[in-house]
Write a protein that binds this ligand. Structure first.
Ligand SMILES: Cc1cc2nc3c(=O)[nH]c(=O)nc-3n(C[C@H](O)[C@H](O)[C@H](O)COP(=O)(O)O)c2cc1C
Length: 355
């Protein structure tokens, strides 16, 4: 589902809110990186999100941002089991469109030779950065000792980072993304140092523990502690919900970068802070649905992905109340749902949300 080109006409030339994707991987129009040794063009990063940041959605966000506003993005995690991930699989996650904003590949696994070989493949493909996932709380990941399981074994985490660093052979940076801990956040510094000792060029910290899951409360001071513990740049992550939170998180934590995920589901323009009219906001949903359908997704699945966004959506005043949100989320006539989204996208302001 990820390896096909986006439908012709997306992004739309002439639409001032859209940037043309650069079809070369060199992205000559990209500004210089903001931190030496990392490819990122601004201090803001779109978080890797499984089931969300496949090309179909990621490209919609990238197309709406200048590289000065959004500095980088990542694929969903690519699972490494017991052998190097094939080039074809990595390419599927990268998609075909290229933007001046760098997109890294995220790997998740504990098998060191597998991670080393996969990272080598990532670098072979000219991907500008290879990220490692040490935060996934899902049972499936933990069973294979991957994702957040590594938070209970800092020495193992360090070895996995070192394996990826060997694999890329100095061609691209390896970055690590952790949670603040597994059961508790007492060892943030230990985990941060393990990533640094393994050779990570950037540490991203989602400041919740695995036990805390996605609880609403966050403690950004944990990111500040990571900043104090290592000399590599740190990206803070966790509940930067609106554009203003991005600057606030950097100020409060001293993080070099801020990564945000679910805020982009609520507002795909969150990195620029641009406020868009209702029809423009609806166009993202309509284009997302149409892209998924063009890639072969059944209407039910395409609507499911749109509903995933609508669960958070704030952009363009499209959802004006929680009742309206619930009305959207409860709809089961998928064809009519998609038609109504398309109508809103073309209708301009003043049209109500269909019930
Ligand atoms: C649907 C979903 C999928 C996610 N998938 C990944 C993933 O593939 N890799 C990863 O490192 N983190 C993943 N995360 C965690 C996010 O990258 C991020 O750390 C988390 O959502 C907190 O940031 P936020 O409050 O800005 O959303 C996922 C989160 C969500 C909500």
């Amino acid at each position: 589902m990820h390896n096909r080109a986006p439908p012709a006409g997306r992004p739309r030339p002439g639409d001032p809110s859209m940037l043309r994707p650069d079809e070369t991987s060199a992205a000559p129009s990209a500004p210089a990186p903001v931190v030496p040794g990392l490819p990122f063009t601004a201090r803001t990063l779109l978080a890797p999100m499984e089931g969300v940041t496949a090309p179909a959605f990621r490209d919609l966000v990238l197309a709406r941002h200048a590289p000065e506003d959004l500095g980088g993005a990542f694929t969903e995690f690519v699972r490494v089991v017991d052998r190097p991930v094939a080039h074809k699989e990595i390419k599927k996650h990268l998609g075909e469109a290229r933007f001046p904003i760098p997109v890294g590949v995220q790997l998740m696994g504990r098998d060191e030779p597998g991670v080393e070989g996969s990272a080598r493949h990532v670098a072979d493909l000219g991907v500008p950065v290879c990220d490692l996932n040490f935060g996934c709380p899902a049972r499936g990941a933990l069973k294979g000792c991957a994702g957040a399981a590594a938070l209970e074994d800092p020495a193992g985490l360090e070895r996995v980072v070192a394996a990826a660093v060997r694999g890329v052979e100095g061609r691209i940076p390896v970055t690590a993304k952790i949670r603040a801990g597994f059961e508790h956040a007492r060892d943030v510094e230990v985990l941060a140092r393990a990533a640094e000792s393994g050779g990570a060029a950037l540490l991203t910290i989602h400041c919740r523990t695995r036990r805390e899951g996605y609880q609403p409360e966050v403690d950004w001071t944990r990111s500040a502690r990571a900043v104090g513990a290592v000399s590599i740049p740190v990206a803070g992550n966790g509940s930067a919900w609106v554009h203003a939170d991005i600057a606030r998180m950097r100020e409060e934590t001293g993080c070099a970068f801020v990564m945000t995920g679910r805020s982009a589901l609520a507002d795909p323009w969150v990195f620029s802070g641009r406020s868009v009219p209702r029809d423009e906001a609806a166009r993202v949903l309509a284009e997302y649905g149409d892209t998924l359908l063009a890639l072969g997704a059944p209407a039910k699945a395409a609507v499911g992905r749109i509903k995933q966004l609508l669960g958070y959506w704030t952009a363009g005043g499209l959802v004006t109340s929680e009742e309206e949100r619930t009305a959207w989320l409860r709809r089961t006539d998928f064809a009519a749902f998609l038609d109504d989204v398309r109508t809103l996208a073309g209708a301009g302001a003043g049209h109500g949300v269909p019930r």
